[in-house]
Design a binder for this molecule. Structure first.
Ligand code: C2O
Ligand code: CU
Ligand code: CU
Length: 521
């Protein structure tokens, strides 16, 4: 069978196997209201390249790869269906959810099975996202295309759009991933043993699932909410106007981070965005014809590690990969010399400016939200956490092997803690993520190299550290201090002990169990 024939056969058998109606779901990142979703299906659409997608069933229509929108306080109540040949879950990254709805890897959905998930959005406005979280398969499934955006709005968010006089096409929610592309085709997930230590890096950007992505906007302010959905690549985001100041970067304003708007905007010309992190930015495109978003070259400070023995999650023994490729098993082929690397320059997407707009964009509001300054709670205990390399298993938290049923960090409901996270000097950048709770960054120490120059805020912090965060990068040699508040909402769903996860969002590290549980009692 040729490739097309095989693909068609695969699609037909997929449809038959899960009894889905055959009409093709509409595509192109449609907007869907969170509360309208009746079923959310994770399915494989291409067994050759292993590509997958989410399909939202609204009862009347089915939409592929939707962007979900919700007002703060809105509810979700849907059946999550696993039409993949592997276990999966849907984790809503950044949302405050009870353990039973969090979609962490504790309770995966078996192939062919489904699970009802319901919750209310407790969070502020901001860009959140959803992705699979089954132990051992997360990296492969996210790379395969299973990552969706959830835009949460509220009054502060709408007041900002009004103040910016934002034209509807000028507000965009973007997920940036990187893929290995050869001759225009996305290659299947096939990390070598070394890629499973350092992370799987692509050579081209996929923005909302598209290669060479571009959007047309009107003159005036453009508001971009951007997620780094890469498995392992860090981005240093900047914008170029190649008609004008070639080589110079176009200034923009940082409006918000993972968990919503900052108190006041920050003027920048570049910003780091690592796996799982989000930024909300405003950029004035008046008088420009096009802007090119790029990831600028930077020193990612990966230190050579002797690779540990090939290590895969034991759950992988029972299920085949999404494409017929090996995962974390092979050593690099000798011709693999110039593979893309973290910190290498990467073209991201283009904004074309068309039409007539205001002569001058309105002034940016000085105050964006009521977010308070990060402060260190008095008499909060400090928890010391070390990120290290373990010779047998790779990167680990506190040199301890992870067990899915471990208590991990035991914290009292409503307790406040300071977390001191120290990354070792001979290491890699690790984007560390906490489920269920946003946190504030208090201070950084030991940042070196090029990154140090961008740590322009008090306490050695980066501008993105000023916001509410759920994922934060620990550079090699750095120590960071975070303030966490383990208060949970009063609703019955949050009653009893609740277990969450703390892990590295480099997805190869996540699958290699650079992870710890947090048990709230
Ligand atoms: Cu975005 Cu535990 O994940
Ligand atoms: Cu998460
Ligand atoms: Cu890591």
């Amino acid at each position: 069978m040729n490739r097309r024939g095989f693909l068609a056969a695969g699609l037909a058998s997929l449809g038959a196997a899960c009894g889905l109606p055959q009409p093709k779901p509409e595509t192109a990142s449609p907007r869907v209201s969170l509360s309208d979703v009746k079923r959310l299906v994770a399915q494989r659409v291409d067994p050759i390249a292993g590509r997958c997608r989410y399909v939202a069933d609204l009862g009347t229509r089915r939409l592929a790869q939707p962007i979900l929108y919700a007002r703060s306080g809105e509810s979700f109540d849907a059946l999550i269906e696993n039409a993949l040949p592997q276990p999966t879950t849907v984790h809503f990254h950044g949302l405050t959810l009870p353990q039973s709805q969090d979609g962490a890897g504790f309770d995966p959905i078996a192939p062919g099975a489904s699970k009802r998930v319901r919750f209310q959005v407790q969070n502020r406005s901001g860009l959140y996202w959803f992705h699979p979280h089954p132990q051992g398969f997360t990296a492969e499934q996210v790379y395969a295309g299973l990552a969706g955006l959830l835009v949460v709005t509220d009054e502060e968010d709408q007041a900002l759009d009004a103040a910016l006089a934002l034209a509807p096409p000028n507000r965009l929610a973007l997920a940036i991933a990187d893929a290995r592309v050869e001759k225009g085709l996305i290659r299947p997930y096939a990390p070598s043993a070394a890629d499973c230590v350092a992370g799987w890096i692509g050579n081209q950007a996929l923005v909302n699932g598209k290669l060479d992505a571009g959007w047309t906007v009107a003159p005036g302010w453009v508001r971009l909410q951007i997620l780094n959905a890469c498995n392992a690549r860090g981005l240093l985001l900047g914008f170029q106007d190649r008609d004008k100041d070639a080589g110079n970067l176009v200034p923009f304003h940082l409006l918000g981070t993972d968990g919503g708007l900052l108190a006041t905007p920050r003027d920048l010309d570049r910003v780091f965005l690592h796996g799982g992190e989000r930024v909300d930015i405003a950029i004035d495109v008046n008088g420009r014809r096009a802007l090119h978003a790029v990831s600028l070259e930077f020193d990612a400070r990966h230190h050579a590690q002797s690779a540990p023995a090939p290590h895969r999650h034991p759950a992988r023994e029972r299920y085949a990969p999404l494409a017929q490729e090996s995962v974390c098993e092979t050593s690099l082929p000798p011709e693999a010399k110039d593979l893309p690397s973290d910190g290498g320059e990467l073209a991201l997407f283009t904004l074309r400016v068309e039409g007539r707009g205001p002569d001058r964009a309105p002034a940016l509001p000085a105050r964006l939200s009521a977010l308070s300054e990060a402060s260190s709670p008095t008499d909060a205990p400090t928890r010391r956490i070390r990120l290290d390399f373990d010779e047998r298993t790779g990167f680990a938290i506190d040199q301890a092997p992870y067990a899915i049923d471990e208590t991990g960090f035991a914290v009292g409901r409503g307790a406040r803690e300071i977390w001191e996270i120290k990354n070792s000097p001979i290491s890699m950048p690790h984007p560390m993520h906490v489920h269920g709770f946003g946190f504030r960054v208090l201070r950084r120490q030991g940042t070196f190299g090029a990154a140090r120059r961008l740590a322009t805020e008090p306490g050695g912090r980066f501008p993105t550290d000023l916001g509410l965060k759920d994922t934060v990068l620990a550079w090699p040699n750095e120590t960071l201090w975070l303030a966490l508040d383990f208060a949970l909402p009063p609703q019955a769903a949050f009653g009893g002990p609740q277990r969450y996860m703390f892990h590295c969002h480099n997805l190869e590290h996540e699958d290699a169990m650079m992870m710890r549980n947090i048990t709230v009692t």
